[in-house]
Design a protein around this ligand. Structure first.
Ligand SMILES: CC(C)(COP(=O)(O)OP(=O)(O)OC[C@H]1O[C@@H](n2cnc3c(N)ncnc32)[C@H](O)[C@@H]1OP(=O)(O)O)[C@@H](O)C(=O)NCCC(=O)NCCS
Length: 300
């Protein structure tokens, strides 16, 4: 978790022909399996920037400048309609310090206040692109669609993308700049660190999705499958219900339902911890501590 006082200074500026080279380099360096590069041809792109075709009524290319250094870019298309679409690329060197979320906030400020008819600023994220999904959440965008087979993968086949939007009404209400949105469990994975009471929980791993205060999670463990949890996060307290299937000997299975309360806090090393207390409808109960597992980027 970055220290807020360490937040870099981010600003957007219009791109000109002289920027073409670093933008093309940044495009290549920031491409991932979940976000392709744009494949610009350098001279053609420089000419387009010089001719102003990326600063028109319908589309705009912004350079992202972090602490005075070129660090990425954002493209906005469809500005002449009510629905514009944005994409963003931050060079790997500058990631994880809040640049992405600040870029989205500034894009919203620029394009909703420029006197245009724009009503919705939209964007998409590959369904496994947790960093971008967290950026959308932090900048007040709402997930509102799942586009099946819309992302052509390098290795063949298609993947789904999630569609997000910030509306003019959201922007007017300042939803893109709410700094104290509380904990965001979205895309985070937790594993058991300590069982304080109750049965052991070998191999238990919980994967969250969160939208506003609603959190859902899937979990599995040794001899426990198809775990689903759904709850509401209020401040640092997650109140939830769960259901899973226990596997016993001789292929016997039992469905278990229950409820729990988990208190969230941050450890000194920046990872989140969940202090969890649960009971099931058979009267079993337990207390355990989960800790956030760092998931490498190629695994998210
Ligand atoms: C997506 C992208 C723009 C984010 O930029 P950024 O400057 O790192 O964004 P931020 O620092 O504001 O936020 C990133 C969030 O993802 C989290 N994150 C990063 N890697 C993660 C991982 N492996 N698992 C879980 N969360 C992760 C960060 O902790 C941060 O969340 P937090 O601030 O709540 O802790 C940048 O990673 C990028 O350019 N990626 C490649 C291109 C891309 O995917 N573009 C999006 C398609 S339009």
């Amino acid at each position: 978790m970055p220290d807020p006082s360490d937040r870099p200074e981010v600003h957007l500026r219009m791109l000109v022909g002289d920027d073409a080279e670093w933008v093309v380099d940044t495009d290549r360096a920031s491409a991932t399996a979940l976000a392709r590069h744009h494949g610009w041809e350098l001279d053609k792109f420089r000419t387009e920037l010089d001719e102003g075709s990326w600063a028109s009524d319908d589309r705009w290319a912004w350079g992202v400048i972090v602490d005075g250094e070129p660090a990425g870019f954002a493209l906005v298309t469809g500005l002449a309609s009510a629905d514009a679409e944005m994409t963003v690329r931050v060079h790997p060197r500058f990631r994880g310090r809040g640049v992405g979320r600040e870029v989205l906030r500034q894009l919203a400020d620029h394009h909703f206040s420029d006197g245009s008819e724009l009503n919705r600023l939209t964007g998409r994220a590959h369904e496994h692109n947790v960093p971008m999904q967290r950026v959308f959440n932090a900048a007040g965008f709402r997930m509102e669609a799942r586009y099946r087979d819309s992302f052509e993968q390098a290795g063949g086949g298609y993947a789904a993308e999630w569609g997000y939007a910030l509306t003019r009404a959201d922007w007017e209400a300042g939803r893109h700049r709410v700094d104290d949105q509380g904990y965001d469990l979205h895309g985070l994975v937790f594993e058991v660190d300590e069982v304080r009471e109750g049965p052991p929980a070998h191999g238990l791993e919980v994967r969250f999705l969160q939208e506003m205060r609603r959190a859902i999670a899937r979990y599995d463990a040794y001899h426990l499958i198809d775990g689903e949890l759904a709850g509401i996060l209020t401040g640092d307290l997650l109140r939830y219900r769960f259901v899973h299937t226990e596997e016993h000997r001789n292929d016997v299975t039992a469905q278990v339902l229950g409820r729990g309360r988990a208190r969230l806090q941050r450890r000194d090393d920046g990872r989140l911890e969940l202090v969890d207390q649960w009971t099931d409808e058979r009267g079993n109960h337990g207390r355990r501590v989960f800790v956030q597992r760092h998931v490498p980027d190629d695994e998210v």
